[in-house]
Write a protein that binds this ligand. Structure first.
Ligand code: DOR
Length: 455
């Protein structure tokens, strides 16, 4: 494969503190050279991707998504899910275990890895169940799953309700240095719940899910993490109170990390008005006050990362009365555009946003799969190129994901992925960008330089 020069973009790589105009070269799937400012690469022959006016950053790393294969291929497959991920700028995605059969043994994990190798266009790192069948009763063979290559354990979709099981999982996972990811939900409190509990749920006549249903389990998990010294990761934090609990736990030195989704950071419970089943998600969309606390949590590193919780469902699944609809939002393809609203509104810096999508999640995964979330020399060439100011309208007909279930359909977003490179391969480019072959060297291709892709 010929080398590729990404030329003249605004490089932002929080792992190395880079935030300036520069160029980088990809050779044999790795980052082989990076220069801040103007410089000519050390070798003469390469294709050029002009990135003037665009942000060039490490490929996004998503610690939490649902690819649905095996078992729910009508909702998503590894092929469609990874295409959607690439379109959203994600080059490493960690898939949850609530498939059918669930990822609770080596065979199912091997299955996902083999389909990922043949049909996936970005790197997939599987997450194994905490309990057999994800049923919350009996611990999985943790060593078997760790040897199969899972990067964490989670029964996501369901909480680890049994405190004894959660304690054991946290205890044993220390041997493998892998986190236990919990979906924090007190099922007795959420039974029949459809949306955030408050005035809007009362007006709509929908049973509410109180913030306490999340916070009770967050508090329990933090106590168990302290007891066991195991690594706890809290999935999709949605409430002000959870942020406070995690803040205090971190101050005490408890080993906890936490994530927040783009939808919990940008949308409120008001999206449910009109009984829009595409706004039904678990945990539910909350209030403006929760959003402010979540953003503050991100800024203070109380919340470590942003993860999509991409949860595709079919149109038929969602075309029903609110109470019968499954929870979940298809999130890969709108993640950057919706998150950029926080940057455009001055609530989060662009560097912080990129850190939460790249370097920070890579720290949770560790280095077993090589250096991720970085543009460091020698690292896998996983690169996202985006236009921070390009406005576009969400049209779910254009989604690569089978899941069209987003409350953002028809919304105008500002910020769009233009190209995604995964392990040195161009796996996505925006159709509006013309591909043109020019000269072979930087000097030739600089003539009439325009932000064009060519290979
Ligand atoms: O809304 C959700 N959907 N939350 C979850 O935790 C699971 C997910 C799914 O699997 O559809």
């Amino acid at each position: 494969m010929k080398s590729l020069l990404i030329h003249g973009g605004h490089i932002i790589d929080p792992s190395q503190g880079i935030d300036e105009i520069g160029s980088l070269l990809i050779t044999k799937g790795k980052i082989s050279w990076l220069s801040r400012g103007e410089a000519t690469p050390p070798q003469p022959d390469y294709d050029v991707l002009h990135a003037q006016g665009l942000i060039v950053c490490p490929g996004f790393v998503d610690l939490h998504c649902h690819l649905r294969q095996p078992g729910f291929e009508e909702k998503e497959t590894i092929a469609t899910g990874t295409k959607a991920a690439a379109k959203g700028g994600f080059t490493t995605i960690c898939c949850m275990a609530n498939t059918n059969p669930p990822l609770d043994n080596q065979t199912t994990v091997d299955y996902v890895k083999s389909i990922a190798a043949t049909e996936g266009v970005v790197r997939i790192l599987p997450i194994g169940c905490i309990s057999r069948g994800g049923k919350g009763q009996e611990l999985v063979p943790m060593w078997e799953l760790a040897s199969a290559g899972v990067i964490a354990y989670s029964d996501d979709g369901e909480p680890a309700s049994n405190s004894r099981l959660m304690r054991q999982a946290l205890d044993y996972s220390r041997t493998f240095d892998l986190p236990i990811i919990d979906h924090c939900e007190d099922k007795a409190l959420t039974e029949g719940g459809q949306m955030n509990e408050g005035i809007i749920s009362t007006r709509l006549g929908l049973r509410g899910i109180p913030a306490a249903a999340e916070e009770i389990i967050v508090a329990r998990d933090l106590a168990l993490a302290e007891l066991t010294e195991g690594r706890l990761h809290i999935a999709h934090v949605s409430t002000d109170g959870s942020v406070d609990l995690i803040r205090r736990a971190k101050e005490k030195g408890i080993k906890v990390t936490a994530e927040v989704t783009p939808h919990h950071l940008t949308l409120t419970e008001e999206k449910v008005i009109g009984y829009n089943t595409n706004a039904k998600v678990n945990p539910p969309l909350r209030t403006k006050r929760d959003i402010q606390a979540l953003i503050q949590g991100l800024k203070e590193n109380v919340i470590d990362i942003i993860a999509t919780d991409h949860a595709p469902h079919t149109e038929t699944d969602k075309l029903c009365e609110f109470a019968l609809a499954p929870s979940g939002i298809s999130g890969f393809e709108t993640a950057l555009g919706s998150l950029m609203s926080l940057v455009h509104d001055g609530q989060l810096s662009l560097v912080a946003l990129i850190a939460k999508l790249t370097y920070e999640p890579s720290k949770i995964i560790g280095n077993k799969y090589g250096k991720l979330g970085t543009l460091d020399i020698g690292a896998s060439a996983d690169i996202t190129i985006f236009d921070p100011d390009l406005e576009w309208i969400v049209d779910t007909k254009d989604f690569a994901s089978k899941g069209k279930n987003t409350p953002l359909a028809g919304s105008r977003l500002k910020g769009k992925v233009i190209a995604t490179i995964s392990q040195g391969r161009l796996v996505y480019k925006d159709d509006s960008v013309k591909v043109k072959r020019e000269g072979k060297t930087l000097k030739e291709s600089q003539r009439g330089a325009k932000p064009l892709l060519h290979n």
